[in-house]
Design a protein around this ligand. Sequence first.
Ligand SMILES: *Cc1c(COP(=O)(O)O)cnc(C)c1O
Length: 383
Amino acid sequence: MTPAPHLALLRAARARIDLDRLAANYEAIASAAGLPVMPVVKSDAYGHGAATVGRALVARGAPRLAVAYVEEAVGLRQSGITVPIVVLAGFAPGQVTVLVQYDLTPVVSTPQTLAALIAHRGGDKRLRAHVKVDTGMGRLGFTTDALVEAALRLRDSGIEVEGLMTHLASADEDATVTARQLDRFDDAIVRLAGRGLRPPLLHACNSAGLAFVRKTHTLVRPGLLVYGVKPRPLSPEIDVKPVMQVSADISLVKDVPVGTRVSYGGRWVAKRPSRIATLPIGYEDGVPRTDRMRDEGAFRVGSGRVPVAGTVCMDLTMVDVTDRPDVVDGSEAVLFGDDPHAWDLAAWAGTTSWEILTSVGSRVPRVYAQGGRIVHVESRYKP
Ligand SMILES: *Cc1c(COP(=O)(O)O)cnc(C)c1O
């Protein structure tokens, strides 16, 4: 890529976000699910930048968006997004006024937030809420009995019960457990209907859950898959491609003699005359600082991988490019994207792709590409 002039003012590391892939992923999911898709753009759209990603998804036809927290939804509103926004992870009781002010749709999943919403009724704006039943995740959500009670209290208080939802605990691991959860969800739907409550939005399926969508559902809410990364190992058969690629340009390639120690603690020692490249990206930026990353991790330069050499530092990482005479100062090294994949990095880090994506630091500029050119750059620092 030839950097646009303004990119030259930014550090030589970036997360490249491919908006064409984002759109293609969204469409692949929508056609596979056969239901409206509510993309989950919490945690700054899994590190991809919620405002730009949110706008791009709405432009593609996403009828609504989901976030975890109220502040995230307010940020989307302030960036001009007007579609309904569902706040999945609850809200502090004092935030009801913010929900109303920004026309947000809270999920009610605790007695405390139920009471806070009901206490606020009577304002001039009508409130809308989704209620959550705990079918086996063991965190937020009502039992089915308490759910019916909560939904009736909302309705009787003039609050519209627009949705019923649950969350799957093991959709990427265990089809039997998932089926049991979805049975309980279906039961909750029937129980609510028995009391005259038929919320139009019925949703349970995250990315891994897309393999288990039922006829009773009217909406799906994937996150990870929208960003082109499949949950493993029971991944839905949907063709998606990674949206984000994180890379850095080598600051320095140096020749070192046998016995040279590299990085903190001197745990990497040159066994032969070596060429060591220093990259301007470290653990603050999302490079995992684990022993396994040090010993087995790699970046990709051109078409081949180069192994990490020594402990990952806060701002810098070293790689061994002895076998790659083509690698020079300024060569671009990829941390993850198509290859290495987020799941490779997750293995080296002892974590998941969800954590890899959301660990890309906020000081890494986000560079947005569409139609083969850079259309937007987001940076915490404005040079
Ligand atoms: C994060 C989240 C999702 C999306 O999960 P993915 O596994 O990334 O698809 C869906 N629903 C809820 C309640 C969530 O918190």
